[in-house]
Design a protein around this ligand. Sequence first.
Ligand SMILES: *[C@@H]1O[C@H](CO)[C@@H](O)[C@H](O)[C@H]1NC(C)=O
Ligand SMILES: *[C@@H]1O[C@H](CO)[C@@H](O)[C@H](O)[C@H]1NC(C)=O
Ligand SMILES: *[C@@H]1O[C@H](CO)[C@@H](O)[C@H](O)[C@H]1NC(C)=O
Ligand SMILES: *[C@@H]1O[C@H](CO)[C@@H](O)[C@H](O)[C@H]1NC(C)=O
Ligand SMILES: *[C@@H]1O[C@H](CO)[C@@H](O)[C@H](O)[C@H]1NC(C)=O
Ligand SMILES: *[C@@H]1O[C@H](CO)[C@@H](O)[C@H](O)[C@H]1NC(C)=O
Ligand SMILES: *[C@@H]1O[C@H](CO)[C@@H](O)[C@H](O)[C@H]1NC(C)=O
Ligand SMILES: *[C@@H]1O[C@H](CO)[C@@H](O)[C@H](O)[C@H]1NC(C)=O
Ligand SMILES: *[C@@H]1O[C@H](CO)[C@@H](O)[C@H](O)[C@H]1NC(C)=O
Ligand SMILES: *[C@@H]1O[C@H](CO)[C@@H](O)[C@H](O)[C@H]1NC(C)=O
Ligand SMILES: *[C@@H]1O[C@H](CO)[C@@H](O)[C@H](O)[C@H]1NC(C)=O
Ligand SMILES: *[C@@H]1O[C@H](CO)[C@@H](O)[C@H](O)[C@H]1NC(C)=O
Length: 760
Amino acid sequence: MLSFFLRTIVLLLFLSLNLFGTFASLTPNLCPLDQRDALIDLKTEFKIRKPDEFLDYDGNSMNVTSYPKTESWANSISDCCNWEGVTCDTKSGKVIGLDLSCSCLHGRLEPNSSLFQLQHLKSLNLAYNNFTLSPIPDKFNKLIWLETLNLSESSLKGHVPIELLQLTNLVSLDLSSSSSASNSYFAPPPALLLSIENPPLFLPLLARNLRNLRALDMSSVNISSEIPQEFSYMSSLRSLHLKNCYLIGEFPSSVFMIPNLQSIKLDHNPELRGELPVFSINNSMQVLSLLETSFSESSFSGRIPSSLGELSNLSSLVLFSNGFIGEVPSSIVNLKQLTIFSVGYNKLRGNFPSGLLNLTKLRGIDLGSNEFTGFFPTNIGQLSKLEAIFAGSNFFTGSVPASLFQISSLTHIYLEDNQFSDILGLENISMLPNLQYLFLHSKSFRISSPVDFNVFSSLKQLVGLALSGIPLSTANITSDSDFSSQFRYVYLSGCNITEFPEFIRDQRNLDSLDLSNNNIKGQLPDWLWRLEELQVVKLSNNSLSGFDGSLKAVTGSQINVLDLSSNAFQGPLFIPSTSITYLFVSNNNLTGELHYIGDFHDYGYYTSVVLMNKGVSMALERVTCTQLVKKCFHGTHPIVFGKPHRAGITGSIAKQAFWYTVSTTNCSAYEGNPGLYGPSLKDICGDIHAPTSLPVSEEEEEEEEEESLSWIAARIGFAPGIVFGLTIGYIVASYKHEWFMKIFGRNKHSFTHRSHSPKH
Ligand SMILES: *[C@@H]1O[C@H](CO)[C@@H](O)[C@H](O)[C@H]1NC(C)=O
Ligand SMILES: *[C@@H]1O[C@H](CO)[C@@H](O)[C@H](O)[C@H]1NC(C)=O
Ligand SMILES: *[C@@H]1O[C@H](CO)[C@@H](O)[C@H](O)[C@H]1NC(C)=O
Ligand SMILES: *[C@@H]1O[C@H](CO)[C@@H](O)[C@H](O)[C@H]1NC(C)=O
Ligand SMILES: *[C@@H]1O[C@H](CO)[C@@H](O)[C@H](O)[C@H]1NC(C)=O
Ligand SMILES: *[C@@H]1O[C@H](CO)[C@@H](O)[C@H](O)[C@H]1NC(C)=O
Ligand SMILES: *[C@@H]1O[C@H](CO)[C@@H](O)[C@H](O)[C@H]1NC(C)=O
Ligand SMILES: *[C@@H]1O[C@H](CO)[C@@H](O)[C@H](O)[C@H]1NC(C)=O
Ligand SMILES: *[C@@H]1O[C@H](CO)[C@@H](O)[C@H](O)[C@H]1NC(C)=O
Ligand SMILES: *[C@@H]1O[C@H](CO)[C@@H](O)[C@H](O)[C@H]1NC(C)=O
Ligand SMILES: *[C@@H]1O[C@H](CO)[C@@H](O)[C@H](O)[C@H]1NC(C)=O
Ligand SMILES: *[C@@H]1O[C@H](CO)[C@@H](O)[C@H](O)[C@H]1NC(C)=O
């Protein structure tokens, strides 16, 4: 009985399975054989290999997750219309869509690829694969129905074939990559993979043929040309992204006026000139990004047009590093949707643009390195969504307002190098739980009662803290004070500190430490040499008298620059690590031989020195120290960034580089120590002695130097220390705008996702 019952169940199961199978086989098999074969052939043309991590322009991971979509394709699943990434026409069954983005495809994309047999394709996405530097096949013109073609980040190389311009149905074309900026500011940028062979022919033809284009992204395609007027005829365009294309000449401002244009990004085209147009009412622009271009540099007005206020849907305005002058128009108060306002590195002046205070959606403000004056708004606190404010290197006066420290969303505060005399309500900073960077240093503070340093102990996310010039009291710090353990940059120069701060001991990530110009007495703790990431240590102008612990060089230390000058060190010179490239010990009472410093001689020249002007590499060449001196003080921006010739300093140097300026008093690095001797000293200094006839007098030079230093300081958020004979400072954590853009990366992308050229 039971067995019968079981058998019935089994039978029923069998029947139902059979029935299901019959039913499935009854569904019309959509996929025509030729299409299926083409797909199977296509699958076999490529290996499956996990690609390298995709990095954006600033070198940050784009978090692309890839997996092999074609691996599930198989003849046994007969209807190819059900295969992953494949879309068929519901009637004819022809394959009309293929999305193989992020599919780990690896291998050359050949002109004889069976891809080109899928002639009904309307949409093709091959982004984020690795076609191993093969050229874009000129056979794409066979896919005449294509409306969407996406070859972004797919390691294709060479000229963009002009045949692509026969695809007159295209609505979206993405040939972009984000070829990251040079991984070192001292190396030339990497060559771009794709380029346009004959731009005067190609670009106007593109504008004429691809009339239906709504999204065009050719970022990091080497165009090396002007953008022709014809681009403004592409009246369907919603988004135009031409970042890092080596564009030159005058950008036709009529392009900004394309009626439905919502997003235009021309970032990183330093030679691209242009002017913003007079915007008309009901403009639909949402993202306007001209980061590091030369807009308004040589134009008649150079001002940000008042008509900007017409862009009522604008959410992101980035005019960072251009030539804009004058005041920020008050009409910005109309930009109610604005989340990012970035005008750093221009020549803007006037008061803090008060219209910003009404824009409650703002998440980031960058006014840094301009000529703004006047008081900082006391009601800045009403911007309750603000995450980052960059306003360093301006001429703001008065007090840093207390309300700033009540915006709990803040992660980055950069107000350094202004003319502030006081900071109000700093004790409330402990209420900013997310704060990562606090750069307030300035020489202008006149703070009478010291700031309780213990208030910073509650900021557990702090990575960078620069309070140079602010008197601090460590009296309230106890053994229970639990500071952030994430510090990378701690700059407390001239803070009236009397003891070596204990919290430094646990900073495993600490990269640079400046405690110069304090009153620190006693021994230099030896745990300092065991902080593995530490590279730059400035302790000059204190009263340190010796080295704690064993005088034995530590292995594994990364310290490059150690400045112990003007202290009270006695006895034998101690060099705590062989990694030290620059050691400053002048004005102590040290004894010993300078033999070791022979290394210094090796670094007396620089393999790659880049003269920087406005963040643009101007020259790249090998110079000796003597030439360096000459170069430093020629030209309007006497700024030299250099990288020591030294094996082992590679790639990541961009995040942690050095700057050099040379003054007339050279070789003082070892001065004032009668006990120091060594025949090599002359050799060392022979190379770096300044020529007697500098093009400027000492005083002028110092001024210029000061200016250039503050330029750098502004850029890096670090106040320069004392000018040595050979001054060596450091750039920390790369450029501020990178930080700025990094924090808002997600916002940028989420916008583009909604529009027609999502990057993710
Ligand atoms: C593409 O593959 C080549 C090797 O064929 C490799 O060197 C390169 O790093 C890969 N690129 C990416 C983005 O995966
Ligand atoms: C990528 O992922 C990391 C870690 O999850 C995150 O910190 C970072 O913000 C992400 N980057 C982007 C561009 O989303
Ligand atoms: C396609 O072309 C490549 C290179 O010319 C060749 O190696 C390959 O055999 C060809 N494939 C087919 C299927 O013809
Ligand atoms: C861009 O192309 C120009 C001329 O075609 C070439 O001189 C230049 O080196 C290229 N630049 C990059 C970064 O590839
Ligand atoms: C602007 O838009 C509004 C409403 O969408 C419309 O009434 C008005 O006519 C438009 N103005 C212009 C100048 O196009
Ligand atoms: C601004 O955005 C809103 C909401 O997305 C939209 O309805 C409106 O048409 C846009 N205005 C313009 C001028 O594009
Ligand atoms: C800006 O906000 C202030 C109050 O915070 C208000 O008085 C003023 O009318 C606002 N301006 C505009 C143009 O909305
Ligand atoms: C600090 O914050 C508290 C609470 O928000 C506030 O009452 C107080 O006025 C703030 N202090 C200053 C100096 O603003
Ligand atoms: C510096 O510290 C000393 C004592 O350590 C104190 O007397 C002096 O007032 C402090 N100076 C400032 C400007 O806070
Ligand atoms: C120590 O903390 C107390 C309580 O928060 C405060 O009143 C005092 O001013 C602090 N002392 C110093 C020297 O900052
Ligand atoms: C320097 O050190 C020597 C001993 O090494 C000592 O005799 C001398 O007094 C010291 N000079 C000063 C100025 O401290
Ligand atoms: C191209 O495809 C990638 C990956 O799917 C996507 O992030 C990007 O937004 C696409 N480009 C356009 C213009 O749609």
